[in-house]
Design a protein around this ligand. Structure first.
Ligand SMILES: O=C[C@H](O)[C@H](O)[C@H](O)COP(=O)(O)O
Length: 222
């Protein structure tokens, strides 16, 4: 699986051109991409990255990828990010690592959005995994009840025996909805709940998917 992630990640580098502002996603697949990008920068590629998590930011700085931010640029040319699930309509479920909010801000504002995954992420319908939803700490218990009224079986995310806190200082609720047949509709209903910051459903955003399959890659276009 790691080889498949690495292959997909490294294949995505071909789409990054000199002078681009690059949205850097989060997660283990993206980490391969960031490392490769660091090598390319050392060889003379001139790009600037916008990281979607503190972890990605740390790695980018470590491997020498120059960074910028939204105060300094008007647009992101290309964003490259991983996913936890992708369905046949290229809808994504993301947030397994807890970085969904910043990822969505980066990915939705990119001219081109490329997803890099291993083949285990391809599903018929989203929802085999619980859906991560970032919520305010204040009132999370009542927000969880409202999510339950929409059909979600909700568990607050725990890491190292403590409540997981996102880069934005919020909690993550992992919510089992069963098969998500209408991702956009579910996302919209959840977003209407006060206290929900963002959901891990990403719809109508993906331009290209690079899938690592054994020792080769498959590229899907929108
Ligand atoms: O919050 C985490 C992100 O959405 C990741 O992009 C996603 O979980 C995929 O991660 P990985 O590449 O480690 O499987």
């Amino acid at each position: 699986m790691d080889l498949e992630k690495k292959l997909a990640a490294e294949a995505s580098i071909d789409f990054i051109k000199d002078g681009m502002v690059v949205g850097l996603g989060s997660g283990s697949t993206v980490n391969w991409m960031v490392r490769k990008l660091g090598e390319k920068v050392k060889q003379g590629l001139n790009i600037r990255g916008i990281p979607s998590s503190k972890k990605t930011e740390r790695l980018a700085l470590e491997v020498g990828v120059p960074l910028t931010d939204f105060a300094s640029v008007d647009c992101i040319d290309i964003a490259i990010d991983g996913a936890d699930e992708i369905d046949g309509n290229l809808n994504l479920l993301k947030g397994g690592g807890g970085s969904l909010v910043r990822e969505k801000v980066v990915d939705v504002n990119a001219d081109q959005f490329i997803v890099i995954i291993d083949q285990s992420k391809v599903v018929e319908e989203l929802g085999e995994l619980p859906l991560p939803i970032e919520v305010l700490q204040f009132g999370w218990e009542i927000i969880a009840k409202k999510i339950a009224e929409l059909g979600g079986e909700t568990v607050i995310r725990i890491k190292d025996e403590k409540r997981f806190i996102s880069d934005n200082g919020n909690y993550i609720l992992d919510c089992k909805f069963g098969k998500i047949t209408k991702p956009e509709e579910l996302h919209e209903k959840l977003k209407l709940l006060t206290g929900v910051v963002e959901t891990g459903i990403f719809t109508n955003m993906v331009d290209k998917v690079i899938i690592g399959r054994k020792d080769e890659v498959e590229v899907l276009e929108k």
